[in-house]
Design a protein around this ligand. Structure first.
Ligand SMILES: [Mg+2]
Ligand SMILES: [Zn+2]
Length: 182
């Protein structure tokens, strides 16, 4: 059986506007270039969201709120014929030291096995240094988006010496660059 190539997607600040612990549907806003970029990528890649949701651990919203909000995003994308196969989320606080909060890679084994993913041919896209470190830890290539919180984290990336494969300020441009490199 042929292996799949995956795009692992951060959610907040990557697919949607990062409004700090958003969980209300009216606050859901898909970022420019995301629909078009996913359409381009869908020809070659499957999509899986991997998101840190410490807002649950902090008690800002419940797991149910998270699912309602996230399912709404999945539905909006489905209307555009874009299929997200699964969303993996970490509900914990950093202080809890769990192994599922990016950049930790607890979810990667399951992603590889369950979806038959060739991780070396896959990419992680995110707007935070921890997304890039997650991708590197997982063994895939990475895109750092300066949308969302990415802009303010650009310096962190340098000081932490984390090197993404691509840095971009637009999801569609990043998608085209991925297709050029793969
Ligand atoms: Mg993010
Ligand atoms: Zn966790």
């Amino acid at each position: 059986m042929n292996m799949e190539k995956a795009i692992l997607l951060d959610r907040d600040g990557t697919l949607i506007e990062d409004k700090n612990y958003a969980y209300k549907i009216e606050d859901l806003e898909i970022l420019p270039g995301v629909i078009e970029g996913l359409r381009e990528l869908q020809k070659d890649f499957i999509f899986i969201i991997v998101t840190n949701q410490s807002g649950i651990g902090r008690g800002y919203y419940t797991t149910e709120d998270f699912h309602n909000f996230n399912n709404h995003l999945i539905r909006l994308l489905k209307k555009e014929n874009i299929k997200i196969l699964k969303t993996y989320f970490c509900p914990h606080l950093r202080e809890e030291g769990c192994d599922c909060r990016k950049p930790n890679t607890k979810f990667i084994d399951e992603i590889i096995n369950h979806f038959n993913v060739n991780i070396k041919e896959s990419w992680m896209m995110g707007d935070h240094p921890s997304d890039i470190q997650f991708g590197i830890n997982a063994g895939c290539r990475t895109v750092f988006l300066t949308t969302g919180h990415g802009d303010k984290h650009l310096d962190d990336l340098k000081s932490l010496e984390i090197k993404p494969t691509i840095i971009s300020d637009n999801f569609l441009e990043a998608a085209k660059e991925i297709l050029r490199l793969c």
